[in-house]
Design a protein around this ligand. Structure first.
Ligand code: UDP
Length: 238
């Protein structure tokens, strides 16, 4: 494990200072949390698998010219990343109805949307990450009109690329959450944080077997085994 200085500890990851200016180290913990950390458990092996999956998915973004914070994986649980100023928004892209949108709008789970739906949530645990719109985001200075347009465009491109990748292995990308940051080196906008089954909903197209954190949220089986199966399907684990 790194001997760098701890900068921030979140629910599933720790951020350490990096070896060079404008870099950080992102360390993946085994902690699983749900319902705004009301449910917490240590699931041995989760951190390593999420590091692996997030590396794989961020590399897919890079191969598709989608800017992101990933530089390289440096150990089983660590990756070197570009230092960013995180925009305090969770950007959710939905292809199929699940989770909070069903409760909030009374929509039936499993409804396929004609076009992907983008939602913004204000990252604030004390407030339970409330949903917000462009007016809130611009008025409170979290982003601006031009940057929000870019965030929308990038989010839709990420969706297109990842949805296609998962379809190739008969997995449906139901929804996912992205975070964005501005690189401290040049202020450019990048996809930050992680993209892993902790922040996506994924299921087998035919059997509807789940590969995501809903297994933990609703006690539907062994989460680490499901993440391992997903890694095997993605061809990144034997
Ligand atoms: N999500 C996330 N972090 C959050 C909230 C949501 O990664 O703090 C992800 C979640 O895993 C799902 C998508 O964003 O893939 C949409 O989540 P939703 O709004 O349905 O909320 P949830 O049902 O997770 O409370």
């Amino acid at each position: 494990m790194t001997l760098q200085k701890k900068i921030y500890e979140g629910k599933a990851k720790i951020i350490f200072s990096g070896p060079k200016e404008n870099t950080l180290i992102q360390y993946f913990k085994d902690d699983a949390t749900a319902f705004n950390a009301k449910k917490i458990k240590v699931l041995e092996g989760k951190g390593e698998i999420n590091n692996l999956i997030s590396e794989h998915l961020m590399k897919i973004l890079s191969n598709n010219q989608i800017p992101n914070h990933f530089i390289k994986k440096i150990s089983n649980r660590e990756q070197l990343i570009h230092q960013c100023k995180i925009i305090p928004l969770e950007v959710v892209v939905r292809n199929i109805a699940a989770g909070s949108i069903c409760k909030r709008l009374g929509i039936k789970e499993g409804k396929k949307f004609k076009d992907p739906i983008i939602e913004f949530y204000y990252k604030n645990d004390k407030l339970n990450d409330p949903i917000v719109n462009n007016c809130h985001i611009i008025s409170f200075g979290w982003s601006n009109e031009k940057e929000l347009l870019k965030i929308n465009k990038i989010s839709l491109k990420v969706n297109k690329v990842l949805k296609r990748k998962f379809e190739e292995i008969s997995i449906s990308l139901i929804d996912f959450k992205l975070e964005f940051g501005r690189k401290t080196s040049d202020n450019s906008l990048v996809v930050a944080d992680e993209i892993s089954p902790d922040s996506c909903r994924l299921c087998d197209v035919n059997s509807h077997e789940k590969f995501d954190k809903d297994i933990f949220r609703y006690d539907k089986g062994n989460l680490v085994d499901a993440y391992k199966n997903l890694s095997i399907r993605l061809g990144i684990m034997k």
